[in-house]
Design a protein around this ligand. Structure first.
Ligand code: 13P
Length: 252
């Protein structure tokens, strides 16, 4: 049975103290009333070690928002998958549209990152999604299908078991414009079909596919009610405990 997951992506927000405070608040909230899904927070690198101490022994999983495409060495300013793992984190987001768009991350680079993350025992939250012009041209399936094929099709079925997919239509990220539940379901079903075509029905049934893009407490329940939507990857609404909790509670 695939997992239901609500994951937060803090992006480049919150200083160290604010991040620790938010993680602590979330921990207390989830201790008081257990979630009905897996909960993960993905933070900037600088938060990881301290937040790992906060969430240790709780239901909250911890992830980074990126890792390097190189194993180690003279790559000033980069953070390797092994370094992420050593903080206590168990997850890493890779392929976020902001990384693809602003930092030129190509399918080839992402392939390297995915391999290194998996080799270091991290679970990968791999993001895919089309931009507005692609959707308007009716090319969203083609685009997302290629993103999956180009970075993930060389994996083994065993490796795929440590991948979580996140469909994030770029036009819905931070814009307040959510995909409709039907648009999300159509794409999620398509994605599951692509995974089935390459890795088989069992792998496709077992992989969690999250929706991301202006997800909030007010729309999460409807989006999560769709059969191929297994949860959300949350940006802005993950920065306030009450909002994030509200989305987690959409699974109740
Ligand atoms: P928003 O929830 O702020 O739209 O961001 C979504 C996202 O990019 C999560 O990775």
């Amino acid at each position: 049975m695939r997992k239901k997951i609500v994951a937060g992506n803090w992006k480049m927000n919150l200083n160290l103290q604010e991040g620790v405070a938010l993680a602590t608040e979330l921990k207390e909230s989830l201790a008081a009333a257990k979630p009905n899904c897996d909960v993960v927070i993905c933070t900037p690198f600088i938060h990881l070690a301290k937040v790992a101490d906060v969430v240790d022994g709780t239901v909250i999983g911890l992830g980074a928002e990126n890792c390097a495409d190189k194993e180690k060495g003279a790559y000033t300013g980069e953070v390797s998958a092994a370094q992420v793992k050593s903080t206590g984190a168990q997850y890493v987001i890779l392929g976020h549209s902001e990384r693809r768009q602003y930092y030129g991350e190509t399918a080839e680079i992402l392939k390297e990152k995915v391999n290194l993350a998996l080799a270091n025992g991290l679970k990968v939250i791999f993001c895919i999604g089309e931009v507005l012009e692609e959707r308007e041209a009716g090319k969203q399936n083609e685009v997302v299908g290629s993103q999956l094929a180009d970075s993930l099709f060389d994996l083994t079925e065993e490796q795929l078991a440590n991948i979580i997919l996140a469909y994030e239509p770029v036009w819905a990220i931070g814009t307040g414009k959510t995909a409709t539940a039907e648009q999300a379901e159509d794409m999620h079903a398509f994605i599951r079909g692509v995974i089935a075509g390459r890795f088989g029905e069992v792998a496709a049934e077992n992989i969690s596919i999250l929706y991301g893009g202006s997800c909030k407490p007010s729309n999460a329940k409807e989006i999560f009610s769709k059969p191929d939507v297994d949860g959300g990857l949350i940006g802005g609404a993950a920065l306030k405990c009450a909002d994030f909790r509200g989305i987690i509670d959409a699974w109740n």
